[in-house]
Design a protein around this ligand. Structure first.
Ligand SMILES: NC(=O)C1=CN([C@@H]2O[C@H](COP(=O)(O)OP(=O)(O)OC[C@H]3O[C@@H](n4cnc5c(N)ncnc54)[C@H](OP(=O)(O)O)[C@@H]3O)[C@@H](O)[C@H]2O)C=CC1
Ligand SMILES: CC(=O)N[C@@H](CCC(=O)OP(=O)(O)O)C(=O)O
Length: 345
């Protein structure tokens, strides 16, 4: 199968290249960028020297349809809602890493993204690509809305407890922390070395666009609409994302009972690893891999569950999950091209 990447020279695009180069059933055919067409990818990114001999090209839906079968959109919000329908119309499988097709309600997109939404019919057709939760809908789909990085870690951490009814949904608090690559490679003063190094800062309190995405998915799992509290922090590292999630218990389970429930829930999900009693994950333990590692603790005194969920934001939070979704769409083994151990130390 031949693939194209729109936004190939951004952080998620480059990660798609690294992973797809090792995928036995996919061949990289077209790399598309916005401002660097004509350049050799190896010149822009010397770490790819000797691996991939391709020039960046301009977006052309006819050319994509002629040369590829699947297109990944690794573009900023607001780009794929216009370009992707042209590819879909031409019969291509489209996997969008941006938020353009994630929210079913166009008014919610307009409120949280501060721009006009994608076509409503396509929003309805789009399948939310949280691989472990929506496998049945993803299989055979043509349009995947790949989840955001914070929602991936949060929702994989919450899903078993939410589906069991074991926590009070109105009590959920998510404390998220991300490395700087989560914000992409564009020049932003807040991402300068002197601003980020030896610093931790909270950002977008009450306005983060992943808030409605997490709420929508929790509602889909539970049948109930509840507001969550979600706070994000930028931390001085390149890759890695941790969500520490707090919720009040609705059932009196112990940590051991929660761990057994999570183990059962993710029994057939090779990319979700549950930590044993008394052990919690760190971002380094998933770096460069498609794993989501989860640790749990019940605080009997406050009757609260704490969930610690970590991913590599550019792999499981973006490019890796996008490829996992392609594997599911095609009925291939989910781990094809993704069976990579994390980089350590
Ligand atoms: N970074 C992460 O950890 C995650 C990112 N995402 C999402 O994935 C998407 C990409 O993110 P990221 O890789 O970080 O972003 P970057 O800013 O690093 O890269 C964006 C890419 O999009 C290209 N681009 C911009 N506008 C257009 C356009 N009109 N047509 C074609 N290409 C265009 C840019 O090309 P050029 O440089 O030539 O202008 C660049 O290659 C975003 O929507 C992001 O929110 C999702 C989960 C995690
Ligand atoms: C560190 C950092 O800035 N992270 C970004 C994550 C954006 C992202 O991946 O989100 P979408 O795919 O939904 O656009 C943020 O918090 O906005």
């Amino acid at each position: 199968m031949k693939a194209g990447i729109v936004g190939a020279n951004g952080y998620s695009g480059i990660e798609l290249i690294r992973l797809l180069m090792n995928h036995p059933l996919v061949e990289l055919e077209m790399l598309i960028s916005h401002s660097t067409q004509g350049s050799e990818i190896q010149q822009l990114y010397p770490h790819l020297t000797g691996f991939l001999d391709r020039r960046l090209e301009d977006f052309d839906a006819d050319e994509l349809a002629r040369r590829t079968d699947v297109v990944f959109f690794a573009t900023p919000a607001g780009v794929s809602k216009d370009l992707l329908p042209e590819c879909l119309k031409r019969g291509l499988i489209c996997i969008d890493l941006s938020g353009d097709f994630r929210l079913k309600d166009p008014a919610a997109y307009e409120k949280w993204y501060q721009q006009s939404s994608a076509d409503t019919a396509l929003l309805n057709d789009a399948v939310y690509g949280l691989s472990e939760i929506n496998r049945r809908q993803i299989a055979g789909a043509r349009l995947i809305a790949n989840p955001g990085c914070y929602p991936t870690a949060s929702l994989l951490g919450l899903a078993p407890a939410v589906k069991d009814g074991a926590i009070d949904l109105g009590s959920i608090i998510i404390d998220g922390k991300s490395g700087v690559s989560g914000s992409g490679k564009s020049m932003v003063p807040g991402n300068l070395y002197c601003e980020v190094n030896e610093n931790v800062k909270a950002y977008k309190l009450g306005t983060h666009k992943h808030t409605p995405e997490i709420e929508q998915a929790v509602a889909a799992m539970s049948g109930k609409n509840e507001s969550i509290t979600f706070t994000t922090h930028l931390i001085p590292m390149t890759r890695g994302l941790m969500c520490t999630i707090y919720a009040t218990l609705a059932k009196g389970y112990s940590t051991k009972e929660f761990l057994e429930m999570y183990e059962r829930f993710y029994d057939k999900s090779p990319f979700v690893r549950i930590r044993p009693l008394g052990s919690w994950p760190s971002t380094k333990e998933v770096a460069g891999s498609n794993f989501c590692d989860i640790g749990l603790n019940v605080d009997g005194r406050s009757r609260r569950l704490t969930i610690v969920s970590v991913i590599d934001n550019v792999v499981k939070g973006a490019a890796g999950q996008a490829i996992q979704n392609l594997n599911i769409i095609k009925g291939w083994d989910e781990q094809t091209g993704l069976a990579l151990a994390p980089i350590y130390p």
